[in-house]
Design a protein around this ligand. Structure first.
Ligand SMILES: Cc1cc2nc3c(=O)[nH]c(=O)nc-3n(C[C@H](O)[C@H](O)[C@H](O)COP(=O)(O)O)c2cc1C
Length: 325
């Protein structure tokens, strides 16, 4: 299945695993790359650039296929050592980086100078055009459905992807709500050259997270996510739980006066307790509406093979019959 994205990144299938805090570790990234997609290690889960170097090395021992690293620029309490992470990425031989969050301008320049291809993930056409003008090689267009940070404009993928096709020159992939062959075909119909998946990859055998996380995704329906931190203009889509209900109560009570410190207990440093320990009410964690479409825990290879064969069946069956009728 050749697209501009498979050609750009040298991968077999146009399926990317988006960066995920405490999920995008060597085991998952290597499994996705070995299955023909593009696996991505999440830089900021590693406390220092040295730790990242070791995680990359671990993944490179597990696969000889292309691998990427995610670098996220979000408002965080302590600024990470971004120059150090960028240097480590380049020195480790990584040639694909997914940037996300704030304007990646300065970092795109450094990465490109190091021979790295950059795919920038963002949630609006405005930001996509800006990133394109900065010289990124591709975009990951993240619709309102997505797990994590959907931005503040709330444009779902049916509109966002079609608008991306109207405006963008560089190839783009569809992110948010992607689960199966139907999603892949729909994304391609809307102009994308592939898909980016987050939540779907957590419910796989290789995802290095506690079983409770996978079970929570299986148990969730499409109505079980909530948007938090909107008053702070740092909106995040998370799975509803006791901590999220408590946080939303505080948002309601404090209104526009809310500060990050008011909700720190529910969001700061909670990921290891959830992803490693399986303490599912420890805090808020990103999850997409696509949870409603996730009903099993296959291996990454089974998942990717199934997506590709379902996509081919839809194109050759239902869509061809429709075109020929
Ligand atoms: C648990 C979790 C953690 C995430 N962490 C990050 C992150 O650190 N950086 C980032 O750019 N995106 C992050 N994302 C977003 C994903 O990379 C991807 O864009 C998103 O999950 C796509 O939507 P989907 O979940 O509907 O597939 C995270 C998503 C999830 C579910």
């Amino acid at each position: 299945m050749k697209t501009r994205i498979t050609e750009l990144f040298g991968i077999k299938y146009p399926i990317v695993q988006g960066g995920m805090h405490y999920v995008g570790l060597a085991e998952l990234a290597a499994a996705v790359s070995n299955a023909g997609g593009l696996g991505i290690i999440t830089a900021l889960t590693q406390p220092t650039p040295d730790h990242l170097a070791r995680e990359i090395e671990k993944a490179q021992k597990l696969t000889d296929k292309p691998l990427g690293v995610n670098l996220t620029f979000l408002p965080v309490v302590n600024q990470p050592d971004y120059p150090g992470y960028v240097k480590t990425i380049i020195d480790s031989g990584i040639r694909i980086v997914e940037t996300a969050g704030n304007n990646p301008g300065k970092w795109v320049e450094m990465l490109k100078a190091g021979g790295v291809k950059v795919i920038h993930k963002c949630t609006t056409i405005r930001h996509s055009l800006k990133a394109q003008s900065l010289g990124v090689d591709a975009l990951s267009v993240d619709g309102f459905e997505c797990g994590g940070h959907p931005g503040e404009d709330d444009i779902p993928n049916f509109i966002l992807l079609a608008r991306a096709q109207e405006e963008l020159k560089v190839p783009f992939i569809a992110s948010g709500g992607m689960a199966d062959g139907r999603s892949l075909v729909a994304a391609m119909a809307l102009g994308a050259d592939g898909v980016n998946m987050g939540t779907r990859f957590i419910a796989t055998r290789e995802a290095p997270v506690h079983e409770n996380v996978k079970k929570a995704i299986l148990a969730a329906s499409e109505t079980d996510t909530r948007l938090i931190m909107r008053p702070l203009r740092n909106t995040e889509r998370v799975l509803r739980n006791a901590a999220v209900d408590r946080l939303l109560e505080k948002e309601k009570a404090l209104g526009a006066n809310i500060r990050f410190e008011d909700i720190a207990a529910e969001v700061a440093g909670v990921y290891p307790r959830i992803m490693k320990d399986g303490d599912m009410d420890a805090g808020a964690w990103s999850c997409g509406m696509v949870a409603g479409l996730i009903h099993d825990i296959p291996t990454v290879q089974e998942l990717i093979d199934r997506i590709i064969s379902q996509a081919r069946d839809i194109i050759k069956g239902r869509l061809t019959a429709f075109a020929d009728s």
